[in-house]
Design a protein around this ligand. Sequence first.
Ligand code: BG6
Length: 491
Amino acid sequence: TYKPKTTIVIFGATGDLAKRKLFPSIYRLFKKGKISEDFAVVGVARRPLTNEEFRSNVINSVSEVDQNCENIEGFSSHFYYHPFDVTNTASYQELNQLLGTLDDTYHTEGNRIFYLAMAPEFFGTIAEHLKEEGLTKTNGYSRLVIEKPFGHNHPSAQQLNDQIRHAFKEDQIYRIDHYLGKEMVQNIEVIRFANAIFEPLWNNRYISNIQITSSEVLGVEDRGGYYEKSGAIRDMVQNHMLQMVSLLAMEPPIKLTTEEIRSEKIKVLRALRPVDENNIDEYFVRGQYGPGTVNDVNVNGYREENNVDPNSITETYVAGKLMIDNFRWAGVPFYIRTGKKMAAKSTKIVVQFKDIPMNLYYKKGVNEPVQNPNLLVIHIQPEEGITLHLNVKKSGQETQPVQLDFSNDLIDGINTPEAYEKLIYDCIRGDATNFTHWDEVSLSWSFVDPISSVWESRITTDFPNYPAGSMGPKAADDLLAKNGDHWWPLS
Ligand code: BG6
């Protein structure tokens, strides 16, 4: 089997993402034999650490998530630490020397991945220095992996993109949206394009609406400073939610290549009906959690969290109705909702099919139909699977709704790979399909910017408007009720 050889340089190697996701994911690739012995990882960050200290951090972080880790010492011996100042050219030159040595030691053939897992204000500077100091000039490939947030709005994203494009071509840039690494998000395409029973129905003739929920139980934790400037629309809608919408709505690509898939997703984003100050109330609802109870524990409201303004108008919840103005989707609302401190941690997609033309089945003696609409539910997390809601007559009983279930967990019996594990592997192999192209980022910001600017300019609101531990503000129910729809329960 093909075993890629590479050096991965992680900027922000002492940070949370490296510790929680990146080290364990690289370890799992190693354990599964997906990367060869010919790899090295260089951790880069400000604080001074020795290689030994860094390696023991790596071992700790891997053992926290992986109970029976074999050959962890051998694994960690591939890790090196390089203390670094992002604005100092000498730091880059020293790093370049180290990379040259590691190329020789580990036969990595000059392949380099630069992974920016740190404060976004340095993304542009680092990319430019990497080029200027010659780190990207190697015999192998050099790729840039860049974490979110990719800008704060369209102008800042554009500026960041211009900066990194000085140093890297579009096909060398891997913009992370970790939702694209999730098993069931990747499954959306398979469900749609590998099943004759779905694709013919996947349009405005047979689908009534599509609902995407991504709810979280956690609040902003220690990220109040970042979140105050971001809010749910930038934190979740601009990226993860719009990515799921694109995958659900895109035309079948002519081939499963990066270019073809991206170009279909981009067309969806171009067809989104713009929302602005004139129509925003028809399409979007915002919320902020107040005090409440989560799992029987009383918790603070958002305004009482650390590093949050006591009069904050930052939204911790967004619900929206998106219209995709093209032939396939004209008239079909895509409802999205996402929020912090809600009743459950759950990401689910519900595809509601239209009612049949005429109803033949009624409850005995009552003038009430027995069947429900057909639903296709895609469970993204924490459960992974699909459920199809049908109406069936059980033996000896009346016609009634039943559910056909497929669960990934039950089939496998093992954990599905972490999103990051898959994305890192894709990047090593040079497959950018599950990363976002600049055009997607750009169109997503163009959609979101007018919404955030209206919200920022309209100071007076009824915040907080949902208690922690609930499913969000009532206005989000009204949003659907206006169309005669309702949110389907998550369980
Ligand atoms: C991140 C957001 O992109 O996604 C976080 O910045 C959010 O605020 C997280 O908690 C949700 O990811 P997941 O995988 O837990 O659904």
